[in-house]
Design a protein around this ligand. Structure first.
Ligand code: ADP
Ligand code: MG
Ligand code: MG
Length: 255
């Protein structure tokens, strides 16, 4: 049983003009093993900032509040330590790593997280099976990480990592963007397999409700102006689908 606990989180970014801009304005959120939380909110509300801050992106400064994983101070950990502790962030725009094959990249990541290199033979088998489940062409294992990958291929690669690295808590930012219906279904099935196999906790960040047809959230949080302004069950996602965010954005305007 793992608990990620975010309390009163405030964070800011230094803009290209050198000004401090506060983006997170007091986020409170608890994600436990086996739970799926959806964070939904309009563009620019700070959803990606929240995921970057949890992952330890150096561009952001936490000015107030705490993030803990089973009581351990996440904000004290380096990016690598966060991964070893069991946090996983699938990026909205996954990075390209030229010259590093996907299979080497995955094995290096697994080694860092597990503390020892997975046995080569079982690893190759594990990767092959996972790729098959996600309908990824086997030739992909030899291609450089994300180089020349289509949007859908990058997303499949993220979910491949999720299945192989087996984090305790997975943060998926806009995993649905750029996916056609078939890819969306395959990627969603991968996330659901991870939930079942690893009993992982999932924080799914999105502004579309369509992925929530495939990945059922236990909790839905509405994110506006850098904080959570409403919470509910999956019925809240349906309401947002029908009515949009206006009811929530007008209530916080000027706040
Ligand atoms: P979301 O993921 O909800 O669309 P983001 O976290 O990407 O929101 O952005 C939140 C806010 O922070 C936006 O107003 C955005 O313009 C601003 N922001 C993000 N990055 C920077 C940056 N490097 N400099 C200035 N403002 C930024
Ligand atoms: Mg955005
Ligand atoms: Mg975003």
């Amino acid at each position: 049983m793992t608990t990620l606990e975010i309390k009163d989180l405030h964070a800011e970014i230094i803009t290209p003009e050198g000004e401090r801009k506060q983006i997170l304005n007091g986020v409170n959120l608890t994600v436990r093993s086996g739970e799926t939380h959806a964070i939904m909110g309009p563009n620019g509300s700070g959803k990606s900032t929240l995921s970057y801050v949890i992952a330890g992106h150096p561009k952001y400064t936490v000015t107030q509040g705490t993030i803990t994983l089973d009581g351990e101070n996440v904000l004290d950990m380096s990016v690598d330590e966060r991964a070893r502790a069991g946090l996983f962030l699938a990026m909205q725009y996954p990075v390209e790593v030229p010259g590093v094959s996907m299979s080497n990249f995955l094995r290096t990541a697994a080694t860092a997280i597990r503390g020892e290199a997975p046995k080569l033979r079982t690893w190759v088998k594990e990767v092959k099976e996972s790729m098959k489940e996600l309908d990824i062409d086997s030739a992909f294992a030899d291609r450089s990480v994300n180089e020349g990958f289509s949007g859908g291929e990058k997303k499949r690669h993220e979910v491949l990592q999720l299945g192989l690295l087996k984090p305790k808590i997975a943060i998926l930012d806009e995993t649905d963007s750029g996916l056609d219906v078939d890819a969306l279904r395959i990627v969603s099935e991968g996330v659901n397999r991870y939930k079942e196999r690893e009993e992982g906790g999932v924080l799914l960040i999105t502004h579309y409700t369509r992925i929530l047809r495939y990945i059922k959230p236990d909790f839905v949080h509405v994110f506006v102006n850098g904080k959570i302004v409403a919470e509910g069950g999956s019925e809240l996602a349906e309401e947002l689908d029908a009515n949009g965010y206006e009811r929530f954005t007008s209530a916080t305007a000027g706040a």
